[in-house]
Design a protein around this ligand. Structure first.
Ligand SMILES: C[S@@+](CC[C@H](N)C(=O)[O-])C[C@H]1O[C@@H](n2cnc3c(N)ncnc32)[C@H](O)[C@@H]1O
Length: 268
């Protein structure tokens, strides 16, 4: 922001400038923010203990990440997930037209609101847990997002979408369910549409990361094999954090995001 001359300032701005020059207002504001962050972190830690201490819902309230867990763990995974799927949305944006998005198993709607709604024409979020949808409607509402309760094994919303996002959820289905779902998912995409999402690599030793997981993938090839019968171009890549290995996927019958969305890869 360029500095304004005294003549351009309103009365309130002039008063603010004078106060700042005589009183440590900025330091005080920062101390207040620090205190509020500590209070908010404590409140979200308490929510985490209550919600996850003895059992847990199938969806995650990502405000727990934002206000408590991220600072503690330094693990940026939830944000990474939102960013990689938004690359797929950037890739389907053309001639100023924003994409129509379907988010399968949208959970609390945090991703739909914070990562997709600004760059999408519309987002439809579906999840079979009424509590997740209630939370989404309460905390992550926007005019261009609609949330619906539905079991995607039988109720994938009708329509043709530019993007379908299946984030942190493909592992909640058996191999047979995923195979059966893939034909319907492919049929809901426009010819140049992109399916994107994230899942976790199995930890080994038969131990599941979450008891609601039906099938955790061995590696990139194990995940790819579900997409290749339906999509000409599939990209699966991996990121690693101290306690987990993550898999991301893009599947399309047109060009992959990195080939199509050239701003992503070209320096000029
Ligand atoms: C780990 S959460 C991920 C939620 C969200 N995508 C996110 O990234 O926060 C998995 C979600 O899959 C949903 N889910 C599991 N099986 C489903 C099904 N058959 N139909 C619709 N949603 C389902 C759960 O209710 C839960 O919200």
């Amino acid at each position: 922001m360029s500095e304004k001359t005294p003549g351009q300032l309103t009365f309130v701005q002039k008063a603010l400038r004078m106060t700042k020059s005589t009183f440590p207002l900025v330091g005080l504001a920062k101390a207040n923010s620090r205190l509020m962050r500590a209070i908010s972190s404590g409140a979200h830690h308490f929510q985490f203990l209550v919600e996850w201490g003895v059992d847990n819902p199938e969806y995650f309230d990502h405000y727990l990440d934002q206000f408590y867990a991220w600072k503690k763990s330094r693990n940026s995974l939830p944000w990474e997930r939102g960013v990689y799927s938004s690359f797929a949305l950037q890739a389907t944006t053309k001639d100023g037209r924003k994409p129509s998005v379907l988010e399968l198993c949208c959970g609390d709607g945090f991703m739909a609101y914070h990562f997709y709604s600004l760059i999408a024409d519309s987002v439809v979020g579906v999840d079979f847990d009424p509590k997740a949808i209630k939370s989404a409607n309460r905390n992550n509402k926007s005019d261009n997002i609609s949330y619906a309760v539905g079991d995607i094994r039988t109720d994938i919303p009708e329509g043709q979408f530019d993007n379908i996002i299946w984030d942190a959820a493909i592992e909640h289905f058996t191999e047979a369910e995923t195979q059966a779902l893939m034909a319907t998912i492919a049929s809901r995409l426009k010819p140049d549409g992109i399916l994107s999402g994230y899942t976790i690599v199995e930890s080994g030793g038969g131990h599941k990361h979450l008891h609601q997981h039906e099938y955790e993938f061995h590696d990139k090839a194990d995940l790819s094999r579900f997409f290749t019968p339906y999509f000409a171009n599939v990209q699966v890549f991996e990121t690693t954090f101290p306690n987990r290995t993550n898999l991301y996927f893009y599947a399309t019958n047109d060009k992959l995001p990195s080939e199509r969305y050239l701003n992503l890869v070209e320096s000029r």
